[in-house]
Ligand binder design. Structure first.
Ligand SMILES: *Cc1c(COP(=O)(O)O)cnc(C)c1O
Length: 223
């Protein structure tokens, strides 16, 4: 990390702009979420200096360590993008502004019970064999209804993570499917696309792309 972030950011911006241009979308329609898992709080501070405001972390405990250093940055918002176990929901609700990985009514109700306004997204499982977490598409209507009944939760949209492949074209059908589900349920927010497949995601309608490696470089093992 460190050296190179501003160059990396410039090239990610170029990729986002090019993908937007191909579909006649405006740059402002796509939020760049900087994924800082495994990197120290300094990486967040450096990205903030460069103008980034939305940050993604995977683990409650890991972010707990960094939070004291970054929580007060004006205008910064922190998204949980990793699976959330119910027993960590209280801490997650205190630390994060957005929980992108709500996948059950039980978890939604626990977050709602914290009595603090929270933005949430539903993680959708589009490949039954691969993903462990996520709401199955057929269970979406019930979960959406449950979340909409929670006064402290604002449902911002859907999130998904296709099975890993280094060929971005293999992610595209999953992105398209998430968009169709969003359209069907009146949810325009779509968190999809990572370092290697953000173009396909934007072309298919992503409103949030979650980018780690392309900004901060490779992570050491232990994801
Ligand atoms: C790590 C992670 C990302 C970022 O992945 P990169 O390939 O490093 O851009 C995005 N979304 C989720 C859910 C992740 O866990």
């Amino acid at each position: 990390m460190g050296a190179g972030l501003s160059e990396n950011l410039a090239s990610v911006e170029e990729r986002i702009l090019a993908a937007c241009a191909r579909r006649g979308r405006r740059r402002e329609e796509v939020t760049l979420l900087a994924v800082t898992k495994t990197f120290p709080a300094e990486a967040i501070l450096e990205a903030y200096e460069l103008g980034l405001r939305e940050f993604g972390e995977n683990y409650v405990q890991e972010f707990e360590q960094k939070a004291p250093l970054v929580r007060s940055l004006a205008g910064a918002r922190f998204h949980l993008i990793g699976h959330l176990q119910s027993n960590k929901s209280r801490r997650a609700g205190e630390l994060f502004d957005v929980i992108q990985t709500v996948d059950s009514a039980k978890l939604a109700r626990r977050l709602d019970a914290l009595a603090r306004p929270l933005e949430v997204m539903i993680e959708v499982k589009l490949s039954p064999e691969e993903a462990k977490a996520g709401c199955a598409p057929e269970d979406l209507p019930a979960l959406i209804e449950a979340i909409r009944a929670c006064p402290n939760l604002r449902l911002a949209g859907l999130m998904t993570m296709p099975p890993w492949s280094d060929d971005p074209e293999l992610s595209r059908p999953y992105f398209r499917r998430l968009r169709e589900l969003g359209e069907k349920h009146g949810l325009p927010g779509l968190s999809m696309g990572m370092s290697h497949d953000l173009e396909a995601a934007i072309e298919e309608g992503a409103t949030v792309v979650r980018v780690g490696t392309a900004l901060f470089g490779p992570r050491r093992r232990q994801e």
